[in-house]
Design a protein around this ligand. Sequence first.
Ligand code: GDP
Ligand code: ZN
Length: 344
Amino acid sequence: MLATQANYYQVRLEPQDWLANKPQSPVTLLCTRRSRLMKIGQTVMVGDRVVVEEPDWQGLRGAIGEVLPRRSVLDRPPVANADQILLVFALAEPALDPYQLSRFLVKAESTGLEVRLCLSKQDLVTPAEQTSWLDRLRHWGYNPSLISVSQGQGLANLLSHLQQKITIVSGPSGVGKSSLINWFIPQAALRTGAVSGKLARGRHTTRHVELFELPGGGLLADTPGFNQPELMALPQDLAQYFPEIRERLKQATCQFSDCLHHGEPNCAVRGEWERYEHYLEFLTEAIAYQQVLERQSNPESALKRKTKGKGHATFEPKLASEKYRRRSRRMEHQVLFNQELEEL
Ligand code: GDP
Ligand code: ZN
């Protein structure tokens, strides 16, 4: 499912399903959802693989009768089955701020999805500066793609990392995300410019999301830019969001199994690596976040109320994997945290 519009869902069919009926071009059906799905509380998310019942090939309509099990679920933006996050940062204009980049990286890692880093506006900095950033970020555990949309550089290579995957494009505003999406998918701008009513108005809100199809296969979701994402990480999870720490913990273990790596004796993580300071800063934030969660007197009832009000967060009846279960718990924390903020 590619996009929602009021109570309608745009569903792109698999080639084997439309070729026999509409051989000309890929077919998108405008679908409703069967009321039995509503009765069992089954939501339909962008990215969902669904079963369409009674397709009307003339009117290009149908009804979603079933949602297939999800590989992954993201809450913000709400996307099912995403494979990776493409984090875009500009090398210049705006200047690359390592702390802000680190924050976005940690937030992206906290989803459990693969994280791919892309440095844009390559044309604005010298080759020496480019090399220096590449070296630096390799020490952070990333191998960024360098691109320039205005010079058409690095785009074919970047595209090869996006094929046949669902990718969420993220990053601060002004780094060139829209330019990048429009370069790959010229119809994206047309499509968003052409839609009217609810879809157009909702385009720049945080909960709106739409998938665009890449040439050669694969889907891109754009997200509105945000400058300082809330981390909402738990202290004991934070280390896993740093590739440098994951690597260190593969080589050695800390003396204490619940080590938070902030000065405990015989810690394998503490040491001379660039982002250790970022880790410590984010840890302070994570501890404060945990305290907010702990102040919730009765998390169970709070969660229920919230879920009824907004109608999301417990949409997944099936827990597919350990990875998913962890993410699901995190989503609950997120709901609780938002509620606390609202009450404040
Ligand atoms: P978004 O906010 O991340 O979607 O960024 P936009 O795509 O709107 O781009 C912000 C500005 O950066 C625009 O003025 C673009 O023309 C410019 N821009 C985008 N890509 C490049 C690039 O590769 N090189 C240069 N020099 N400017 C770019
Ligand atoms: Zn440690």
